[in-house]
Design a protein around this ligand. Sequence first.
Ligand code: ZN
Length: 846
Amino acid sequence: MPGTNLTRDEAATRAALLDVTSYDVALDLTTGDTTFASVTTLEFTCREPGSSTFADLVAPTVRDITLNGRTLDPATAYVDSRIALDDLEATNTLVVTADCAYSNTGEGLHRFVDPVDDRVYLYSQFEVPDARRVFTTFEQPDLKSVFTFTVTAPSHWVVVSNAPTPEPTPAGDGVAVWSFPTTKRMSTYITAIVAGEYHGEFDTYDGKFGTIPLGHYCRQSLKEHMDTAELVKLTKQSFEFFEEQFDYPYPFGKYDQLYVPEYNAGAMENAGCVTLRDEYLPRSRQPRSFFEFRASVITHEMAHMWFGDLVTMKWWDDLWLNESFAEWACYWCEANATEFDDAWTGFANARKQTGYRADQLPSTHPIAADNVDLHAVEVNFDMITYAKGASVLKQLVAWVGIEPFLEGLRTYFKDWEYGNPEFKDLLATLEKASGRELDSWAQEWLQTAGVNTLAPAFELAEDGTYSSFAVAQSAHPDWPTLRRHRLGIGLYDDVDGRLVRRDYLEIDVEGDRTEVPELVRVKQPALLLLNDEDHAYAKIRLDERSLATAISDLSTFEDSLPRAIVWGAAWDMTRDGEMRTRDWVDLVLANIGQESDAWAVTRIPASTALAVSFYSDPAHRPELKATWEAGLRELMLAAEPGSDHQLTFARSFAGAAHSDAALDDLIHLLDGSFTVEGLAMDQDMRWVLITALAKSGRFGDAEIDAELEVDKTISGKEQAAAARASQPTAEAKEAAWAAIVDPTTPNETSREIAFSIFRFGQEDVLEPYLEKFLTASETLVDVLGFHKASTVLEYGFPRPLGSEATLARLDEWLATSDAPKQAKRYIGEARAEIARALTAQAYDAS
Ligand SMILES: [Zn+2]
């Protein structure tokens, strides 16, 4: 949408001029299916009477604007999503009446009608600049204020916001009015309205600072799947942990968690009114990694109540800090306060890998991005923000020590409550608490991009001891910074068939070579592991002997964390073309059956599926695909009945199935003539099998339609759309592509199709889509809105067309196209992934 940007300078100017006294927001949700009425009364003071500023609003119709009793003509005062305000007084009252639009993109106020029962559900999503799609705002985080919401809605609805839900007042004709109490001081982007026929369940948390009412909400059609007791347990454990560690009472009175449909992200930290995607309430069997992840989301959002909501960044430059902190804190809380006490292993196996991946793409950027305006925020909000940021905070905690780190945090929350500090303020507090100089640390870790590689460099004496030992550090030539690392080194020996840690030391690594005198004259172990304990954020290399030990004995590590480091190193070497793809597949098939970490069990087969299709030598690929398919079938049959391993291997086997015999297996699993003890054929598993059969051409629209008759839920509709898109016909691809570029396709449906349309092995019907994709990318952001377009651009590229010719075409396009930054960014990433795959393919062929 044109004219929705806001620069950092404009925001700073406005913040210097104004203080916002209060917002009074009246919403009428009974005016139709496409728009709702929004009346905002904004009270604010101005330091320079007579001067001008502007308020923000994105609305199809602005009916009335009054400033200090003066009527402003919307036709001239409302331009480019801004309301021009001139001749300000010392104290001001602005009243704006508008019709705002419901969205189907998950931005602003999203409206959803449940296909199962036609019930209506609304929820807001405002980060980064979208509160202005629902009411008139000063849309920047440092103009905090108090908010009083009044909502008119059908009287049988539930309405939830940041302040406790009041008793509604009947207003006749089946309509009622909810007059919410005034909130605490907060930023616009964490305000929220959730309304509709939600089902709610209630509890309370009694903690060291008092009682917090807890609400859990979901759609009526999901209430049988809301495992409220489990969610309440996690919520209470997290509150107890954070209130104790932060030594500061939860600031927002009550705490509601609302599971909402067609949600773009995982969740959002609206103060006291957290929204989460309702796929987290599973209707079918899910593995432990699913629940471990959900727990991390719950704790992540709760951490934001202090870090983000109570104390908020001044401008989006520090968005990285907001997210990195919540990411770090969620794993820290999970590991210490919940049943997921091995959460850091899961972090190493899953989340951290997404940071390494993002940091090796051409779009990488320093963690602390220079967000000069809202467009820059959009481009810089990614896995560098979340996963690398959290990894680097983990390294910072190792660098200063957990106790000084916490001491600094506690001071920070008290000093800056309800305020807007900057990163330098946190750094100053941490320096004071730890006594360590952190400016230069921040410079090398936060202001520069790229990941270092750490490798052992040693010589051996005749008696098998190290005669010298050093850690060699290198960097990619495009991102040449070498950094300081707090690094663990583990020495593992084979003891009665187990890999057991003989010794562990921690050192500070600096520069391109760090001598480790402690290891001289120490006997070389079977496996030497750099970054044992996973404090560091770095790519790790194994020496020849250690790699051989890893390949033969990986599953015999006593602990899951060093195993995760080795899995990560081997995967990284495969991606870098330093380990043959077929050797990676052998490593996985030989060890994944015994893996104990939930995240490793789910993530590694998924990575391997990509490697088999994309990183393998094309000449050897048919053989490798057969090995992978047979290996997964064997793993599925050998797994303990009803285990997560069995579930994951069954899903992976369906994805890998391509031989006639394997596809027959899938059909027989569906019709019940082939059963695997303990493997439930629940609704989600049925869709996995149906999609796999559709992808291979065994099933068509008839079978998909028949399943949709049985499963008329929104999940069913989304899964059916994905299955249709996966069919290997030109017609199916055309229909799927038309749905992707159609703005009326809801966000989650569009996402499922984007994930499913371009399949490896279907290259003959995908051929037109490279050019179609490049052409569409020029306008996609305008046509679909930011979030939907980003999903298509990031995940919907026709990767199976990856070849030297495609690379050449992309180079030409990137050099000449005028497409938006966002489009060029993702296409640049696709180009880099293809180049990486071709390198891996070449190595696999060697
Ligand atoms: Zn967050």
